[in-house]
Design a protein around this ligand. Structure first.
Ligand SMILES: [Zn+2]
Length: 141
Protein backbone atom coordinates (compact mmCIF):
# COMPACT_ATOMS: atom_id res chain seq x y z
CA UNK A 1 0.00 0.00 0.00
CA UNK A 2 1.10 3.51 -0.78
CA UNK A 3 -0.20 6.37 1.33
CA UNK A 4 -1.11 9.52 -0.56
CA UNK A 5 -1.35 12.45 1.84
CA UNK A 6 -3.18 15.69 1.43
CA UNK A 7 -5.91 17.82 2.89
CA UNK A 8 -7.53 21.18 2.67
CA UNK A 9 -5.56 24.36 2.04
CA UNK A 10 -5.32 25.66 5.63
CA UNK A 11 -4.43 22.29 7.17
CA UNK A 12 -7.56 21.81 9.29
CA UNK A 13 -8.50 18.64 7.41
CA UNK A 14 -5.83 16.07 6.57
CA UNK A 15 -6.24 13.10 4.23
CA UNK A 16 -4.41 9.78 4.04
CA UNK A 17 -5.46 7.69 1.06
CA UNK A 18 -3.96 4.20 1.13
CA UNK A 19 -4.02 2.12 -2.05
CA UNK A 20 -1.98 -0.60 -3.70
CA UNK A 21 -3.04 0.69 -7.12
CA UNK A 22 -0.87 2.83 -9.37
CA UNK A 23 -2.29 6.38 -9.23
CA UNK A 24 -1.63 6.76 -12.95
CA UNK A 25 -3.97 3.82 -13.60
CA UNK A 26 -6.71 4.68 -11.15
CA UNK A 27 -10.03 5.70 -12.68
CA UNK A 28 -10.78 9.36 -12.05
CA UNK A 29 -14.46 10.32 -12.04
CA UNK A 30 -15.76 13.76 -12.79
CA UNK A 31 -19.25 13.72 -11.33
CA UNK A 32 -21.52 15.98 -13.35
CA UNK A 33 -23.86 16.89 -10.51
CA UNK A 34 -24.48 20.53 -9.69
CA UNK A 35 -22.15 20.48 -6.67
CA UNK A 36 -19.17 18.66 -8.21
CA UNK A 37 -19.19 20.64 -11.45
CA UNK A 38 -18.90 23.84 -9.42
CA UNK A 39 -15.77 22.45 -7.77
CA UNK A 40 -14.32 20.83 -10.87
CA UNK A 41 -14.10 17.70 -8.75
CA UNK A 42 -11.84 14.82 -9.72
CA UNK A 43 -12.78 11.92 -7.46
CA UNK A 44 -11.26 8.49 -6.92
CA UNK A 45 -11.69 5.48 -4.67
CA UNK A 46 -10.11 2.08 -4.24
CA UNK A 47 -12.61 -0.36 -2.66
CA UNK A 48 -9.61 -2.35 -1.37
CA UNK A 49 -7.90 0.76 -0.08
CA UNK A 50 -8.70 3.07 2.76
CA UNK A 51 -9.17 6.74 3.51
CA UNK A 52 -8.44 8.41 6.84
CA UNK A 53 -9.80 11.92 7.36
CA UNK A 54 -8.25 13.77 10.32
CA UNK A 55 -9.95 16.94 11.49
CA UNK A 56 -8.16 19.32 13.81
CA UNK A 57 -11.10 21.60 14.57
CA UNK A 58 -14.52 20.15 13.83
CA UNK A 59 -16.07 23.61 14.23
CA UNK A 60 -14.29 24.41 10.98
CA UNK A 61 -15.56 21.32 9.18
CA UNK A 62 -18.63 21.86 7.03
CA UNK A 63 -20.67 18.75 6.31
CA UNK A 64 -22.85 19.55 3.33
CA UNK A 65 -25.82 17.49 2.15
CA UNK A 66 -28.13 17.97 -0.78
CA UNK A 67 -30.35 16.07 -3.22
CA UNK A 68 -31.18 12.63 -1.80
CA UNK A 69 -29.06 13.55 1.26
CA UNK A 70 -27.32 10.20 1.21
CA UNK A 71 -23.75 11.51 1.47
CA UNK A 72 -21.77 14.01 3.50
CA UNK A 73 -19.60 16.34 1.43
CA UNK A 74 -16.70 17.48 3.57
CA UNK A 75 -15.69 21.08 3.01
CA UNK A 76 -13.34 23.17 5.14
CA UNK A 77 -15.07 26.25 6.56
CA UNK A 78 -11.76 28.05 6.86
CA UNK A 79 -10.34 27.67 3.37
CA UNK A 80 -13.29 26.35 1.34
CA UNK A 81 -11.63 23.23 -0.05
CA UNK A 82 -13.82 20.20 -0.79
CA UNK A 83 -11.78 17.13 0.22
CA UNK A 84 -13.98 14.02 0.31
CA UNK A 85 -17.50 12.62 0.38
CA UNK A 86 -18.72 9.97 2.81
CA UNK A 87 -21.80 7.77 2.60
CA UNK A 88 -23.04 5.47 5.35
CA UNK A 89 -22.20 5.20 9.02
CA UNK A 90 -19.69 3.41 11.21
CA UNK A 91 -18.24 0.24 9.68
CA UNK A 92 -20.47 0.73 6.62
CA UNK A 93 -19.10 4.20 5.87
CA UNK A 94 -17.56 4.49 2.41
CA UNK A 95 -15.78 7.42 0.82
CA UNK A 96 -14.34 8.97 -2.26
CA UNK A 97 -11.34 11.24 -2.11
CA UNK A 98 -10.98 14.37 -4.19
CA UNK A 99 -7.59 13.83 -5.79
CA UNK A 100 -7.06 17.56 -6.31
CA UNK A 101 -6.76 17.76 -2.51
CA UNK A 102 -3.86 15.29 -2.44
CA UNK A 103 -0.27 16.56 -2.36
CA UNK A 104 0.71 14.32 -5.31
CA UNK A 105 -2.42 15.15 -7.38
CA UNK A 106 -0.37 15.21 -10.61
CA UNK A 107 0.25 11.47 -10.32
CA UNK A 108 -3.49 10.82 -10.70
CA UNK A 109 -3.15 11.53 -14.34
CA UNK A 110 -5.94 9.67 -16.10
CA UNK A 111 -8.42 11.73 -18.06
CA UNK A 112 -11.48 12.12 -15.80
CA UNK A 113 -14.53 10.11 -16.84
CA UNK A 114 -17.69 12.26 -16.76
CA UNK A 115 -20.34 10.44 -14.74
CA UNK A 116 -24.02 11.22 -14.15
CA UNK A 117 -26.03 9.61 -11.40
CA UNK A 118 -29.20 11.75 -11.60
CA UNK A 119 -31.45 8.83 -12.54
CA UNK A 120 -30.49 6.61 -9.59
CA UNK A 121 -32.90 5.75 -6.84
CA UNK A 122 -31.75 6.07 -3.26
CA UNK A 123 -31.18 2.27 -3.06
CA UNK A 124 -29.22 2.17 -6.32
CA UNK A 125 -27.06 5.00 -5.13
CA UNK A 126 -26.22 3.36 -1.81
CA UNK A 127 -25.51 0.02 -3.51
CA UNK A 128 -23.16 1.65 -6.03
CA UNK A 129 -21.23 3.38 -3.29
CA UNK A 130 -20.94 0.21 -1.21
CA UNK A 131 -19.31 -1.46 -4.22
CA UNK A 132 -17.19 1.37 -5.60
CA UNK A 133 -16.26 3.60 -2.69
CA UNK A 134 -13.71 2.73 -0.02
CA UNK A 135 -13.64 2.17 3.74
CA UNK A 136 -13.10 5.39 5.67
CA UNK A 137 -12.27 6.49 9.16
CA UNK A 138 -12.79 10.00 10.51
CA UNK A 139 -10.54 11.08 13.34
CA UNK A 140 -10.91 14.05 15.61
CA UNK A 141 -14.64 14.65 15.40
ZN1 LIG B 1 -9.01 24.37 5.36
Amino acid sequence: MTVHSGGCHCGNIRLSFSTALDPAGLEIRACQCSFCTRHGSRAAADPNGRLVVSVEDKERLQVYRFGLRTADYLVCRECGVYVAAISGEGDDARAIVIVNALDDRERFSREPVPVRYDAETREQRLARRRAAWMPVEIRGT
